[in-house]
Design a binder for this molecule. Structure first.
Ligand SMILES: [Mn+2]
Length: 385
């Protein structure tokens, strides 16, 4: 029997368990919660997981890929509603909403009317185009929602979760640490905070804002930077296949790296003369340190990539690497689909990515960081299943 008295006391203010991208892997989520000492204090069908002293934070990407998407959403939402947990918006929830949002060209609460022409209501008229790739991405989520319509008692569930997605902030700043799905970028956050289209929204998007995103290029690119992270368009002749065999023309950058190393490299090695300085890392190592390179045929990709990179091009993308200063608060991100080859590792002493590809076809891991007020993060605090 559960002792309900254990949950009557308040959790310790600075104790938080920050959980990475779940992607419909509810079985792993429940295993991870149990491993961390949470227990289900309600019934099996409507679980409410609690810990007597700790609370959970979720980094986004609850849906798509795995086989138990609704169960995942139920667990996370119930913990937010009933057990003091916090959750932010991932790019997959954003994509889901954008896929279903149709384009409008006026924001009613704005003084400035927008002047872009209204396009006719066609298949192309969605904020996120209905391409085969985009439709495939949300297929499992839509299928689970559509199965619900067979059961009239649950027909409001889909609307409830869609409203919940809109209620999720795209970043969170607590006294001791920060959460964002992909990238902490002050300038982009400032654009969103100061946008007249997001007044009084406290870091959340609205259906109305989303429907106008196609005519708000500044806000669109700021929001995409925050929840998808910066990426670099590969030169024409270069592309690669990702884990899901989707051809990619963009490569994600490790934005937290300091651009100074790129500047030093480009200035000291005109024409990519390697070995110009003993202390200078090789170009291969710089590419590995600054970009998420494809897992398959990595060396072949690097050799092609190097041929296309001029110092000028490299210099021109330096703003994709704005760094994360060691004096900043600890920051937790998800999104980057890391693989757990050995133990998890920190990206910096004050930065941890908790996405270890929970829904990977060849076995991924769901990972959490157990935070207890420290200013310097410690690899001993990672837990995973
Ligand atoms: Mn993501």
């Amino acid at each position: 029997m559960l002792s309900q008295a254990r949950y009557k006391q308040k959790p310790v203010a600075e104790y938080w368990d920050i959980i990475g991208d779940i992607h419909g892997e509810a079985i792993k989520l429940e295993a991870l919660l149990l491993k961390m000492g949470y227990e289900n204090t309600a019934d099996e069908k409507h679980p409410i997981y609690r810990h007597p002293k700790r609370r959970a934070c979720f980094l986004g990407d609850y849906i798509d890929r795995g086989d138990h998407i609704l169960r995942t959403l139920t667990i996370v939402k119930n913990m937010c509603d009933e057990a003091g947990a916090k959750a932010i918006l991932g790019n997959h929830e954003f994509n889901y909403l954008a896929f279903h949002a149709t384009q409008k060209n006026i924001v009613s609460n704005s003084k400035k009317p927008l002047t872009m022409p209204v396009t006719k209501n066609t298949e192309q008229n969605y904020i996120r185009p209905h391409t085969p790739k985009n439709s495939f991405e949300i297929k499992k989520t839509v299928a689970e929602f559509e199965a619900l319509n067979l059961n009239l008692a649950q027909k409001d569930t889909r609307k409830t979760f869609e409203d919940w997605f809109y209620s999720l902030p795209f970043y969170l700043e607590l006294d001791a640490f920060r959460l964002v799905h992909a990238c902490w970028h002050k300038d982009s956050l400032a654009i969103l905070q100061n946008s007249s289209y997001l007044k009084n929204k406290a870091g959340r998007i609205s259906p109305e804002f989303l429907s106008c995103l196609h005519v708000l290029p500044k806000e669109k690119s700021a929001l995409e930077k925050i929840i998808k992270g910066p990426s670099f368009s590969l030169p024409d002749e270069l592309s690669f296949q990702d884990n899901q065999k989707i051809t990619r023309k963009n490569i994600r950058t490790k934005w937290w790296e300091n651009p100074l190393a790129i500047l030093e490299y480009t200035s000291s090695t005109v024409g990519w003369k390697q070995g110009a300085s003993q202390a200078m890392p090789s170009l291969d190592n710089i590419l590995k340190d600054y970009f998420f390179l494809p897992q398959k045929e990595k060396d072949l990709f690097i050799s092609k990539f190097k041929k296309t990179l001029s110092p000028e091009l490299f210099f021109s993308i330096k703003h994709k690497f704005h760094g994360y200063d060691s004096s900043e608060k600890p920051l937790f991100i998800g999104h980057y689909w890391l693989r757990l080859e050995d133990d998890p590792s920190l990206l910096k002493n004050n930065l941890a990515c908790l996405d270890y590809s929970a829904a990977h076809a060849h076995g991924g891991h769901l990972c959490a960081y157990r935070y207890s007020g420290e200013k310097t993060l410690d690899i001993k605090n990672f837990v995973w299943v």
